[in-house]
Ligand binder design. Structure first.
Ligand code: NAP
Length: 295
């Protein structure tokens, strides 16, 4: 069954109603409706953003097709369906191919297109802070966000990437198509001790530490100690704003970033693909901050 709550923004005289949605499971933690509400305001359009908490893969496919063919302009896709979204679409944008997963589906000339706007979100989050010394990076996890992280790091000049995983066999199988897209040398390891001792960046691309499990640290968290003094630690989680992993990184005097700006940039870029209206992500970040202070 499809359930959900709606966020409406109908303050403007433009007649078209932009319809967007988010599909994933579970979705209790999502900030996306708040972000889209600000995007609709900033763009001066009427918009609706619906949440679809979909428990099975079969229902995921069915729901995407139904919504896209019944007036939805675009669908954000999140955990655990980003890889399914990539395979569902007939056309795939270049970032989606490089990342082998998609976080946005939309119709172009009646054909479903898979896009990866997380790529730009993460790139914008880290590109000015990432300093290349060892050229090595570690990514915790091997799902959609981990693949996107690897593609971004590869394009920013990292030449050795370690995927740190809990189940080597499953991860090697899952990543077999992905690693071939990267210029960097790729190592998939279970044991954190097999990772290079000097890292320019560590990224947590697993949900470990996300609300409500805020005390949790991901497998491989001890790699914090391998990050160079000028290096950075990124947690793609945005709720809580500072995960346990980021707290430890801050105590080690490392640069830290959470996933909020990435989330905002991916939402803005998704909206721009269908609305052809430019939005400044920093404006949305400010508005979200102010809305949080007021509530
Ligand atoms: P996913 O496809 O389900 O992948 C999750 C990965 O994390 C899997 O490889 C899983 O491997 C691993 N994992 C789970 N628990 C772990 C633990 N305790 N220690 C180490 N690895 C663990 O999910 P996803 O779409 O990639 O998303 C991952 C996280 O990134 C989520 O928290 C999501 O909210 C966040 N994210 C944020 C943004 C943003 O815009 N800020 C964008 C994308 C994703 P196993 O097989 O071992 O379980």
């Amino acid at each position: 069954m499809i359930t959900g709550s709606d966020v409406y923004s109908q303050k403007f005289l433009v007649t078209e109603m932009y319809k967007f949605g988010l599909i994933g499971y579970p979705l209790g933690h999502t900030f996306s409706p708040k972000i889209f509400e600000q995007i609709f305001k900033e763009a001066g359009v009427n918009g609706v953003y619906r949440i679809f908490e979909i428990p099975t893969r079969r229902l995921f496919y069915q729901t995407c097709i139904e919504l896209l063919t019944n007036g939805f302009h675009g669908l954000n896709v999140t955990i655990p369906y980003k890889i399914d979204a990539y395979y569902l679409a007939e056309e795939k944008e270049i970032e989606a191919v490089k990342c082998q997963n998609a976080n946005f589906l939309y119709l172009k000339d009646g054909v479903p297109v898979a896009a990866n706007t997380d790529y730009e979100g993460l790139r914008e989050t880290i590109k000015n802070e990432l300093k290349l010394h060892s050229g090595s990076a570690a990514i915790i996890g091997y799902g959609g966000a981990a693949r996107t992280s690897a593609a971004v790091l590869d394009d920013l000049g990292i030449n050795t990437i370690y995927f740190v995983v809990r189940d080597l066999k499953k991860a090697k199988y899952a990543l077999q198509d992905h690693s071939g897209n990267l210029k960097a040398e790729v190592n998939i390891v279970e044991n954190p001790a097999s990772v290079a001792s000097q890292l320019d960046i560590l990224i947590n691309a697993s949900p470990a530490g996300m609300f409500p499990d805020v005390e949790k640290l991901p497998h491989g968290h001890e790699l914090l100690n391998n990050v160079l003094p000028d290096g950075m630690v990124v947690d793609l989680i945005y709720n809580p704003p500072e995960t346990k992993l980021l707290q430890l990184a801050r105590k080690n005097s490392l640069k830290t970033k959470n996933g909020l700006y990435m989330l905002i940039v991916q939402a803005v870029k998704s909206f721009e693909k269908v609305a052809d209206i430019k939005i400044e992500p920093a404006t949305i970040l400010r508005a979200i901050g102010e809305a949080n202070e007021e509530s």
